[in-house]
Design a protein around this ligand. Sequence first.
Ligand code: GUN
Length: 279
Amino acid sequence: MASRLIEGSKLASEIKEGVKRKSSRLSFKPGLATVIVGSNPASKMYVSMKQKACVEAGFYFENFELPKNVSEGDLISLIGKLNVNGRIHGILLQLPLPKHINNEKVMESISPGKDVDGFHPLNMGRLMAGDESFAAATPKGIIRMLEEYKVKLEGKNVVVVNHSTVVGKPLALMLLNRNATVSVCHKYTKNLKEYTLKADVLITAVGVPKLVKSDMVKPGVVVVDAGISKSGDKTVGDVDFEGVSKKASLITPVPGGVGPMTIASLLENTLMAAERNKS
Ligand code: GUN
């Protein structure tokens, strides 16, 4: 079976255009603040992509770069100032953080109404209860893509390979909210293939090139690849695209699949935070 591509870039452009249109009708600019601790090159690249998208959508944007040895107290104090800054409607603390900083404690210091990443425990709890107002950007983008391509989730076996707070856990909740039967696999899972072979929908976000090979999936599977790594100078996902795309019914490319959808979802969350803040 020749698979059809899930064109994340195209859908993301449409979403971003919609956000820009809605944003231009407001009497103020939605504002996003990003905070980076340390100088992780990947984090810097992700933040500059978010900045570019914000500027294109007509948003106000500020980036704060703190040294990697910044104290937890100083970081929380910056977040406290952003929480009460009227120009800022969304706060995104780029992960990962250095080891001496307690992620949960810092995430809890972000005002839940400005938590456009959806990592505050209140928003995570809301997600568990079925309220997806502030859902994390990558899972939100993945669900949006599946909806756009009319992939039914109810009663389907969906296998997620990632159990992080950023992707796997919120995604599993969103899939459960849609009555899928969800298996969450990760690096401690024994015999991954046993799970992937049962998947009607397979979603990976691991960063291991060619982790998923064609003998690990069944014909007709829908594959969403949120992995990103470098192979020479090429950006690749977790899926052996060449082999798996011959068996899948739908598959995302890397790049041009999940990545742009994550950014589009972040813009949507920021716009919503801004609208709620003013109403
Ligand atoms: N690091 C990798 N992905 C993300 C994300 O979606 N949000 C934040 N804040 N950090 C990340």
